[in-house]
Design a protein around this ligand. Sequence first.
Ligand code: AMP
Length: 141
Amino acid sequence: MSYDPQNIFAKILRGDAPCIKVCESEHTLAFMDVMPQSEGHVLVVPKEAAANIHDVSDEALAACMRTVKRVAAAVREALKPEGMLIAQFNGAAAGQTVEHIHVHIIPRWSDVPLKAHGRERADDARLEALAQRIRAALQAE
Ligand code: AMP
């Protein structure tokens, strides 16, 4: 798949579009999903310009998964979910809507149904409050 530098995550990585940041490293960025499937839904992206798992370098993917593990631990500490769904989609047929590789961290509670994928825009103040709690857990590591 060719990489479109105008995709929304490329714009976020360049600073051309806003995001509610959770953490940033040399090779990765984690931010709140604006249409969350549950409270505390975070996305992690490598900074490398790659559309999907078939294009990304081993190094960028490894860096991304290190951040996924770290952020998942912070989400767990901050929000105390009963479980956690970690997902990554490749191609429209698999449900991918943004063509810059990303990993979903979706905390789950057994009595709370999963919301539809990418449908309902959340309130920014609510997302920021959740991000603050996750950032605090990262700082307390
Ligand atoms: P996927 O369908 O796996 O490509 O997931 C894309 C995800 O990005 C969806 O969960 C969307 O809710 C989310 N999303 C789309 N635009 C933005 C944005 N500007 N900031 C944060 N999340 C976004």
